[in-house]
Design a protein around this ligand. Structure first.
Ligand code: SF4
Length: 475
């Protein structure tokens, strides 16, 4: 285990893509050995240690650079249970050091041209640019506060390249007319209802069309999941276009897992050009949740926070990641996933703040069963100034049986309190008991301040959803 990064083991280091001079090779070999022993450094060439409590985030199997994923727990990583969630460890150490607020800044994806090269070289070059003696004088002569401020700025300039320019400030959408029905009803203060539809594993739309027709009139918008559980299904963009044609408003989910930053920006334009106006950006389930052979396991090109940042910049600043401008920028209502049960509410509150700052306008949460934990989460959002600045749509489902409850309880980011399992176990009719429990949860969620709607997940039978909505007085 590296000395300062509590990861289970070494992960493969990157090597430069281009030919290097001998002096550069020596410099890089030195850095790889030294930082490898201390931090388990993978030579990403875009070092963030200064911001991440001196724990290397590149030990995360998803390569996340902006906080814990929706499946993280205090005990282990949701991808590899033999190691801790590195982001949970980063938050924990930053908390102890009083540096939690450092973790609100939106950090850039890798510049792959720098992978394998010396990150310390950036520091030397900046000192040389500034002048060695001037740098030393600044350090010696400044007051403690000035020195801290200059030190922070020095590293910020290095970690935030011009093409990214991330910060820790909110970037709300400019004043505008609602671009979708979903945005309109939320803006009007109506209680929104959405439902996820998992596209079929099929070469046609027949099953999808039937599901959509059964959902007509039940919900305000339908989320189209993006190859959930890392299993290929009909493309969500194709399904979203189909849904529009059939008169249903889609929420197009786009997972960072399956795209490069290039194809992502292309899909954003394609979605907008096709009239898709609600987009939900997620990191996505890890490939090892799907079937073998697994695709690339340890690093993605960008994460969900970076996706939101890129999508907002493209829409509001008409700017691509590379700085080029677009004459007619895309138009969409931008959403993000929220995970009230992952890691701890306090840490997920920071993650939510970061997503809101990056540009998220609405959140759809993972399944909520533990109302007390959810209230803690809402409190964390409130403390972070997130509550009521974004629309929060809480995730619910119908508990179908004890087996179903146990299955849901094992999903990353889902926690089922013991009393629910106990009630199901003791009931003579667990199916009816599960339904009753779902009604009770809905009743409680509806009344919580800061909850603007409900998002129905894992519902295979729209007729059941109709009953549930009627019995909850939502229809
Ligand atoms: S739980 Fe998620 S964020 Fe944490 S190390 Fe694993 S993949 Fe990364």
């Amino acid at each position: 285990m590296p000395i300062l990064t509590p990861s289970r083991r070494w992960q493969q280091a990157y090597y430069p893509f281009k030919k290097r001079r001998l002096s550069q090779k020596i410099e890089e070999a030195f850095e790889r050995s030294f930082k490898g022993i201390v931090w388990g450094c993978r030579m990403c060439g875009n070092c963030l240690l200064q911001e991440t409590a001196f724990i290397c985030p590149m030990a995360c199997p998803k390569g996340l650079r902006n906080g814990p994923c929706g499946g993280s727990t205090p005990d282990h990583c949701c991808v590899d249970e033999s190691r801790p969630c590195i982001w949970y460890e980063i938050y924990r150490r930053a908390d102890k050091m009083g540096r939690l607020d450092k973790l609100v800044e939106v950090l850039p994806p890798l510049d792959w041209d720098k992978a394998g090269t010396s990150a310390l070289r950036d520091v030397y070059d900046k000192v040389l640019d500034h002048g060695v003696s001037k740098t030393v004088t600044t350090i010696v002569k400044s007051s403690t506060d000035e020195r801290k401020e200059k030190w922070d700025q020095f590293f910020k300039d290095i970690r935030q390249p011009d093409w990214w320019d991330g910060d820790d400030q909110p970037h709300p959408a400019p004043t505008h007319e609602p671009v979708s029905h979903l945005e309109k009803i939320l803006l009007e203060g109506q209680f929104a209802l959405t439902c996820e539809v998992v596209p079929a594993i099929s070469g046609n739309f027949s099953a999808f069309d039937v599901t959509l027709s059964e959902l007509q009139g039940l919900v305000d918008a339908v989320n189209i999941t993006d190859s959930a559980s890392a299993t290929p299904r009909v493309s969500p963009l194709a399904c979203a276009i189909r849904a529009r044609e059939l008169g249903t408003e889609p929420v197009l989910q786009m997972a960072a897992r399956d795209r490069t930053r290039l194809s992502f920006q292309a899909d954003l334009m394609g979605a907008s050009a096709s009239g898709i106006r609600n987009i939900l950006l997620i990191t996505g389930d890890h490939p090892n949740k799907g079937s073998q052979p697994f695709s690339k396991m340890d690093i993605w090109d960008y994460d969900s926070v970076q996706a939101i940042w890129m999508a907002r910049k493209l829409r509001d600043e008409a700017t691509f990641l590379d700085g080029r401008n677009i004459d007619e920028p895309p138009s969409y209502f931008l959403g993000a996933a929220a995970s009230p049960n992952a890691s701890t509410p306090k840490y997920q509150g920071i993650r939510a703040q970061k997503k809101m700052n990056a540009g998220a306008q609405f959140f759809q949460t993972n399944l909520v069963f533990d109302i007390r934990n959810f209230e803690e989460y809402l409190e964390a959002l409130d403390q972070r100034g997130v509550l009521n600045k974004v629309y929060l749509i809480a995730g619910v489902t119908i508990i179908r049986s004890i087996n179903n409850a146990n299955y849901l309880n094992k999903l990353p980011g889902v926690t089922m309190p013991n009393w629910i399992i106990q009630r199901l176990t003791e009931s003579k009719d667990p199916k009816q008991e599960g339904y009753q429990l779902s009604l009770e949860l809905i009743e409680q969620l509806k009344d919580l301040p800061g909850v603007h709607g409900l998002h129905f997940m894992a519902i295979s039978n729209p007729a059941k959803l109709r009953c549930l909505l009627k019995d909850s007085n939502l229809l």
